[in-house]
Design a protein. Structure first.
Length: 689
């Protein structure tokens, strides 16, 4: 048993002696010492005894008990603790951490003895004159501590002092008069005094592990904490990690850290109570409190004020601006830099256990995940996922790394847009070379945007982000959505198509709010964001003739600003390019015009849309279909699907009759006339169909 525990038990033995003395003094004046039901009822003799002035005076009992011998040394409350944790006196450490007085320590130890000695329960039941109440009441505790319940200063310590304010001691039974209220130590405080550093079980769901991932320069933060700065706010960049900087700074200082996830805290049933427990835990352990994603509590400042205890050295980490109203303590504000490609490369190599610098035949995880924007801890988790995937196939591939990175995507965007897992590639596109070149440029910009726009600062000032924005313009069915899917597949990202029905709102300002939710959700997801029919919300501003024009222009102005600050990949698709505001066009990185396919491209579209799995009859004439029917790629694909259904019901072999009939149906959908000269020699097949 440690020396510190020995000292604590010795103090409790002194408490036990005082309890025994108090029991003897009480028994000396007890009118019913042999009554087996004593404490369960009050009879006439007991009333007379209580009213008799010549009986034992309760107010004089502290004097008869004498001065407690188990007090801590008053000078030690402000002194330094022992050097070794095993030798450290936890009572003294707790007294210094919470600014406790001698009386506070006495009350603490009086309440503690019930938690370590079962015999004390019955003795306190006797002193309380109530066998059902086996913890010290306020009156009994104050008596044992050498004072009385009539002492105003002592009452104040139990009503407003640090014992109660910091949840070190709980005063129960608030419906009773103050002298009869019970005193109870929370289990975590008992465990701490007995030597345990395990955090409070109530904090299990809000505490985050302090992952030892070496990243970033924490020297400025460690200097600030070492100098005694009480509150530091770290503002994160999208690919930086304030949490890792905080953990690194604490390692340099040899300090412990209690990492709290503010998102989990905000979602708790009683976040205010948990915030107080987290602050108490940090003070008990002498740790620095690290609050991650502090912005999640911006809407509940009362929770933040309980969490950001001025007596606890705290590092608050967030992506937003610090609000001075969150804490009475002024915050030192520091910026967290973005991670560089070299730093991420080192993180990937370490997490994937790759040789430094790579070797011929090994994968390049940085190149495989260039379109992704990941924080250092996300890189570590993605690498673990990639290693787990590689165990199933026996070797690590770039696809495993990309899938691991995709696993770090959140779900915020799925509630606002439709997710598409890309399944088509460049070989599935039938487009002119110029259009294909423009699409490849989008992928190129996405891969090297951090180097060009971040490291080389080719888009400085004005709060501009490092996103990539493109406009796909062309008639319906010319391949705009499919091209967006191909770009996403090339980059290894998911595609999210925004449903305009969930965006546009008839009430003023609501459309902007919905769009902001989408952009905020997309900021935390590595994906391609596609606005289909974008002209409906990215339309031209007009001359203001009435209030409707004014608010429509405000909506467009908001989108212009939001597009510039967006850091993701955004594609706008429209059938009416002329309706897109020119200011949007200027902010676009790539503009792609999708023309209607010519005869050669239509032939390729017919052949690829039919595929190789469907048996073809000998009379299938795709060259005629390509020459005769001027249709967009989407219409051709739809006709092929219709022909496949007709063939499935007619022997399972697609023939020219099925194709002609499918084209006829597609013409009717498009509102086009079915002319005999256009169908040529296959006109008669329509009657047969």
């Amino acid at each position: 048993m440690s020396t510190a525990t020995d000292r604590l038990l010795q103090r409790l033995l002194d408490v036990q002696d005082r309890v025994g003395l108090a029991v003897e003094l009480r028994r000396a004046g007890d009118p019913r010492p042999e009554d087996p039901f004593r404490g369960l009822y009050v009879d006439e003799p007991m009333v007379d005894h209580l009213l008799a002035r010549e009986g034992p005076d309760a107010a004089a009992l502290p004097d008869r008990l004498g001065e407690p011998a188990w007090l801590v040394d008053p000078g030690s409350l402000g002194g330094a603790g022992a050097s070794g944790p095993e030798e450290e006196d936890r009572v003294l450490r707790l007294a210094r951490a919470f600014a406790l007085t001698e009386l506070d320590v006495r009350l603490l130890l009086t309440a503690l003895i019930c938690e370590v000695d079962p015999r004390m329960e019955l003795l306190f039941g006797y002193l309380n004159d109530d066998v059902t109440r086996r913890r010290p009441t306020v009156a009994v505790a104050l008596t044992l501590c050498g004072t009385s319940v009539a002492n105003a200063a002592a009452r104040h310590r139990l009503e407003h002092g640090p014992l109660v304010a910091c949840a070190l001691l709980v005063v129960d039974d608030v419906e009773r008069p103050f002298p009869g209220r019970g005193l109870r130590l929370p289990d975590r405080v008992v465990d701490h005094l007995l030597g345990s550093d395990a955090p409070d079980a109530a904090l299990r769901d809000v505490l985050a592990p302090a992952e030892p991932i070496g990243w970033g320069d924490s020297s400025r933060l460690s200097s600030a904490l070492g100098a005694g700065v009480a509150l530091v706010h770290l503002r994160e960049s999208p690919t930086g990690s304030g949490r890792l900087l905080a953990v690194g700074a604490l390692e340099r200082l040899g300090r412990g850290g209690l990492v709290v996830d503010a998102h989990a805290l905000a979602a708790a049933e009683d976040p205010r109570a948990l915030a107080a427990l987290a602050a108490r835990e940090a003070r008990l352990r002498g740790d620095v409190l690290v609050v991650c994603d502090v912005d999640a509590l911006a809407g509940t400042p009362h929770v933040l004020r309980r969490l950001l205890d001025p007596a606890v050295q705290t590092v608050a980490v967030g992506t937003g601006t610090w609000d001075p109203a969150w804490s009475a303590t002024p915050a030192l504000q520091l910026a967290v830099p973005a991670s560089t490609a070299a730093e991420r490369s080192a993180l990937w190599e370490d997490a994937l256990e790759l040789p430094p610098g790579g070797r011929p035949g090994t994968i390049d995880p940085v190149a495989a995940t260039a379109p992704f924007r990941l924080r250092p801890e996300q890189v570590a988790r993605a690498a673990r996922t990639a290693r787990n995937l590689s165990r199933m196939e026996g070797r690590l591939t770039a696809d495993h790394v990309r899938r691991g990175a995709l696993g770090e995507n959140g779900t915020a965007l799925e509630r606002l847009a439709r997710r598409i897992e890309p399944s088509v590639g460049w070989d599935d596109l039938v487009l002119p070379p110029a259009v294909l070149g423009a699409l490849r440029e989008i992928a190129l910009r996405a891969r090297f945007r951090e180097q060009v726009l971040g490291d080389w600062r080719m888009r400085p000032g004005g709060g501009r982000g490092i996103g990539v924005a493109a406009l796909f313009a062309g008639d319906s069915g010319t391949g705009k959505t499919m091209s967006a899917e191909v770009v996403a597949h090339e980059l290894g990202l998911e595609l999210y198509v925004v449903d305009l029905a969930t965006v546009v709102d008839k009430y003023i300002g609501e459309t902007e709010k919905n769009l902001e939710r989408i952009f905020e959700g997309a900021a935390g997801v590595n994906a391609v964001l596609l606005f289909d029919e974008a002209d409906s919300i990215f339309g031209r501003r007009t001359e203001v003739r009435d209030s409707h024009d004014r608010y429509a222009n405000i909506e467009s102005a908001y989108l212009l600003q939001r597009m510039e600050s967006f850091d993701g990949l955004c594609i706008l698709a429209t059938n009416l390019r002329a309706n897109i505001d020119e200011a949007f066009t200027r902010r676009l990185d790539v503009l792609v015009d999708f023309p209607l396919p010519d005869a050669e491209q239509r032939l390729a579209l017919w052949d690829r849309s039919l595929g190789r799995a469907i048996p073809r009859a000998g009379d299938v004439d795709l060259e005629f279909c390509a020459e005769a029917f001027e249709m967009a790629g989407g219409a051709i694909r739809s006709a092929c699907v219709t022909a496949a259904y007709l063939a499935a019901a007619d022997g399972g072999v697609v023939s020219m009759t099925h194709l002609v009939s499918a084209v006829h149906r597609e013409y009717r959908k498009l509102g086009r006339l079915t002319l005999e000269h256009e169908f040529g020699r296959y006109w008669g097949l329509l009657d047969r169909a």
